[in-house]
Write a protein that binds this ligand. Structure first.
Ligand code: ZN
Length: 102
């Protein structure tokens, strides 16, 4: 059992304690603060992938509608392929997040 100094009152307390018995300040704040930063950074990257995939799907949908309006163009096929690509991208990003974070 190691002793640590309270960040609030400076009292020597056990590092097993969840809070300071002297002033009640929560312990392990630096550890707790460092962990969410990692999650936040990862989820932000994941969100970026999601947004990019959704934008791709929306653009593809517009392309498909434009293609449907202009008869005989390949726009519908291109749009459908884009939506499919966006869907699998979204699925891939979700699987990636699941694989790394459970
Ligand atoms: Zn304290």
């Amino acid at each position: 059992m190691a002793l640590t100094n309270c960040t609030e009152c400076g009292r020597q307390i056990s590092d097993q304690a969840s809070s300071c018995p002297g002033c009640g300040a929560p312990l392990g704040e630096t550890v707790a603060a460092a962990h969410p930063t990692t999650i936040q950074a990862t989820s932000k990257r994941y969100k970026g992938q999601m947004v990019a995939a959704v934008i791709l799907m929306l653009v593809s949908f517009v392309v498909m509608l434009a293609g449907a309006g202009a008869r005989g163009s390949g726009g519908v096929i291109v749009g459908a392929l884009g939506i499919a690509a966006g869907f699998f991208w979204l699925l891939g990003a979700r699987l990636y997040a699941w694989w790394h974070h459970g």
